[in-house]
Ligand binder design. Structure first.
Ligand code: ZN
Ligand code: FE
Ligand code: FE
Ligand code: FE
Length: 198
């Protein structure tokens, strides 16, 4: 008869494998991003992910087990889709939106997994493990939130943000008063009145 502890250790091994795959994928995502803010977001989540692997090892240890991985087919699939969409949209202004979507699917998967792991560790009476897993869950939630912010900044824009374009520095506008590439839209008349649109 399989127990909750078996289920917990199974899922832990699944995430141990998933995090290792994500560590390999994040530098590729950073390289594929043409938005400097998105590149930075991927790089900073890589650092967090390395710490998450260490945390999983501590959780295994707190159950008297050696860390081991078990192929996470879901992460294999999500990353494969990410690869495909990145290749398809290479050179397109929508590449960053494509990368954000792919990455958010991974973060949501992780949030679901760590939410369960955290709850199960609590049910199994292992408070230190539950706390470690909550810490990682918070990081995944924040990572997802940052990606949402970057996606919003890029909506209806060809490029992602002003730091990536020269246009925004020179303030060159097209006829509609919107920056041609990247940057926030500018509304010269309202801006002078201190509009909330800024
Ligand atoms: Zn940018
Ligand atoms: Fe993670
Ligand atoms: Fe999995
Ligand atoms: Fe993550």
């Amino acid at each position: 008869m399989k127990t909750l502890k078996d289920l917990f250790l199974d899922e832990l091994a699944d995430m141990y494998d998933a995090e290792h795959r994500i560590i390999k994928a994040l530098p590729k995502l950073a390289k594929a991003a043409t938005c400097s803010d998105l590149k930075a977001a991927f790089q900073s989540h890589l650092k967090q992910t390395e710490a998450q692997v260490k945390r999983l090892e501590q959780v295994f240890q707190s159950f008297g087990k050696k860390a081991k991985g078990k192929t996470c087919e879901a992460t294999v699939g999500l990353l494969k889709e990410g690869d495909e969409i990145a290749a398809e949209f290479k050179g397109s202004p929508s590449i960053n939106a494509a990368l954000i979507a792919a990455a958010q699917k991974v973060e949501h998967y992780e949030m679901a997994a760590y939410g369960c792991l955290h709850a199960w560790a609590g049910l199994l009476g292992n408070r230190p493990a539950a706390d470690l897993l909550q810490e990682t869950l918070n990081e995944e939630t924040d990572a997802n939130r940052s990606l949402t912010k970057l996606a919003r900044a890029s909506s209806n824009e060809e490029a992602m943000c002003e730091s990536d374009t020269n246009d925004s520095k020179t303030g060159m506008r097209n006829n509609s008063g919107i920056l041609r590439r990247g940057g926030r839209p500018t509304f010269p008349d309202r801006k002078r009145k201190g509009s909330v649109l800024r």
